[in-house]
Structure formats: structure tokens, C-alpha cells
Design a protein around this ligand. Structure first.
Ligand SMILES: Cc1cc2nc3c(=O)[nH]c(=O)nc-3n(C[C@H](O)[C@H](O)[C@H](O)COP(=O)(O)OP(=O)(O)OC[C@H]3O[C@@H](n4cnc5c(N)ncnc54)[C@H](O)[C@@H]3O)c2cc1C
Length: 265
């Protein structure tokens, strides 16, 4: 969120639009968070983004961008967490060996790497598909449409990557042992900072709900061809094909007739 408490708020500024007080958070403490309070605020016509009535669409598209971008940022966080965890596991000795030589710790590092790799891959794939659809020199409307086309993938990205990071930082704390719980070591901060990613840009519960909703919407529009396929099946059931152009044998006729009742609901 936007500004620091009381910073850059000139005395002449209208009270119709002002920041609320600073929120004290679990993590991401270097990012200031305040409410933006709009009270009977009048917005100049020149500040209108898009057309009147398009606001919700534009706002939701902003969320789509935020969702696939979140995938990229948490992938970076996960890589950093792995880097620190590996460094510590090599440094920390128990039973006269670095803890990185223990199978249990290797397993943790491998799982952390697997989930981070998946996050990175789906992020590149999502952004690549959007980029490809936008093409070169697209106007704003095409850009918006292209991003909207991959709304489902953006939600999947947000959920999968934020949950991967939570897993990675949790195991990071575990690798650090008691120091994982200490604010003097990086795991504690990583653990706190990670948690917000399942909440903002639409909670993971809401994004999980959006995924089947969007898929069904597309199916209804025929983009997945589900309705077309269902209609073809319905036509076939209601008007059984009784001519056997290629194979006129009795067996072919009987085979066809045997298949038809199976297609009935
Ligand atoms: C640090 C921080 C920065 C933020 N930055 C911004 C920002 O820049 N811009 C902005 O607009 N917002 C921002 N937010 C707000 C953030 O997007 C919301 O907090 C978030 O979307 C959740 O909304 P809520 O807090 O109203 O939770 P609620 O809607 O009250 O949800 C509470 C719980 O109920 C669940 N829930 C709600 N509805 C349903 C449902 N229908 N089915 C199942 N479960 C449901 C939620 O998943 C959640 O677990 C920020 C929040 C934080 C903490």
C-alpha cells in the first residue's frame, strides 16, 4: 500500500482524500501500509481511466497482473531462502558433520528446490503466454484482453507460488533449528514476510473459487468447445445414425446400435 503516515500530505490537501494511520504488521515492515480514505471525494473528469462503467473490469485486470507478478516475486524470495538455508546447513555442524550431510536436511533442501522450480516454471509459462498473445505494438485494449484471457493461469500462479514460498520458508526455519526462531537470523523474517502472499491480491480461498468459475464461464462461451461437443453428442443421441456407408456388415450395424444406449444419460 501507499504512503507513510503524514508524509507528503500538504496542509492544503483536501480531507476528502487522505491516508489513514500506519498499520503495524506481522511482516513486510519496510513496506508502509495505510488505508486510503475517500470521503465525498470528487474525481476530475480528466482523471477517468477508461470509460465510465468499465471500472470493475479495469480493477480486476489489475488484480490479474498482480497475481502473476506475485508468482515472480515469491519465486525470488524462495531462491533467496534456499540460498541462505544451504549456506547455514553447510556451516552448522552437529555430530562432527555439517547438517547438510544428513539425509533429512538434504530431503528438505530438495523439496524446497522442487517447489521453487515449479513456481519459476509456471510463472515463466504464464507470462510467456500473455506476452505471445499481446504480440508486438498492441494497443491498450488488446493488452487488457490478453491479460484477461489468462486470468485462470494468473490465479493458479498466485495460489501455487505463494503456498510454495510458505513451504520453503517453513523448512528454512526448521533447518536453522532454534536460530530459525530468532530475530537475529534471516529465517524468522522470511517466515513472517512470506505469510502476506496468501492474503493480498485476492486471498487464496477467493482465487481457488475463481479458477473453476472462470473455466465454466469459458466453457459456456464455447472457448473450450465443451458446449459444442455436448451439442454434437446430443444431436447424435436424438438422431441416431442408421446408415453404415463404409462397413455394411451385420456386425458393424450391431456394434453401432450397442454403442448408442451407452451414450444416454
Ligand atoms: C499488507 C497488506 C497490503 C495490502 N495492500 C493492498 C493494496 O495495495 N490494495 C488493495 O486494494 N488492498 C490491499 N490489501 C487488502 C487485501 O487485498 C485484503 O486484505 C484481502 O483481499 C482480503 O480481504 P479482507 O481483508 O477484506 O478479508 P475478508 O474478505 O474479510 O476475508 C476473511 C477470510 O474469509 C475468507 N473469505 C471471504 N470471502 C469468502 C468466500 N466467499 N468464500 C470462502 N472464503 C471467503 C477469506 O479468504 C479470508 O480467509 C492489503 C492488505 C494487506 C494486509
Amino acid at each position: 500500500m501507499a504512503r507513510k503516515k503524514n508524509s507528503h500530505v500538504s496542509s492544503s490537501r483536501s480531507d476528502n482524500c487522505r491516508p489513514g494511520g500506519e498499520e503495524h504488521k506481522l511482516g513486510i515492515k519496510s513496506s508502509s501500509t495505510t488505508a486510503v480514505i475517500l470521503s465525498d471525494a470528487k474525481i476530475p473528469v480528466g482523471n477517468l481511466i477508461g470509460n465510465v462503467g468499465d471500472g470493475a473490469k479495469i480493477a480486476f485486470n489489475v488484480l490479474n497482473v498482480g497475481r502473476f507478478k506475485l508468482g515472480a516475486s515469491v519465486t525470488g524470495g524462495a531462491k533467496l531462502a534456499i540460498h541462505e538455508a544451504v549456506r547455514y546447513a553447510n556451516e552448522r555442524h552437529q555430530f562432527n558433520k555439517p547438517i547438510s550431510s544428513f539425509g533429512a536436511i538434504k530431503h528438505k533442501l530438495a523439496e524446497m528446490a522442487i517447489r521453487t522450480w515449479v513456481s519459476e516454471s509456471i510463472t515463466y509459462r504464464t507470462v510467456g503466454m500473455i506476452d505471445h498473445l499481446i504480440g508486438d505494438g498492441a494497443d491498450n485494449a488488446t493488452k487488457l484482453q490478453s491479460i484477461e484471457e489468462y486470468a485462470v493461469e494468473s490465479s493458479i500462479n498466485k495460489v501455487a507460488c505463494s503456498e510454495a514460498l510458505d513451504y520453503v520458508v517453513d523448512e528454512m526455519v526448521q533447518i536453522y533449528g532454534g536460530y530459525g526462531y530468532s530475530a537475529d537470523y534471516p529465517a524468522e523474517k522470511a517466515y513472517r514476510d512470506s505469510r502476506i502472499n496468501r492474503i493480498f491480491e485476492g486471498t487464496n480461498e477467493i482465487n481457488r473459487m475463481l479458477i473453476p468459475g472462470q473455466l465454466m464461464k469459458r466453457a459456456m462461451k464455447g472457448k473450450l468447445g465443451l458446449l459444442g461437443a455436448a451439442k454434437a453428442l446430443q444431436d447424435e443421441i436424438l438422431n441416431p445414425q442408421m446408415s453404415f456407408d463404409e462397413d455394411t456388415s451385420l456386425l458393424a450395424a450391431e456394434t453401432s446400435l450397442r454403442k448408442m444406449p451407452r451414450k444416454r444419460p
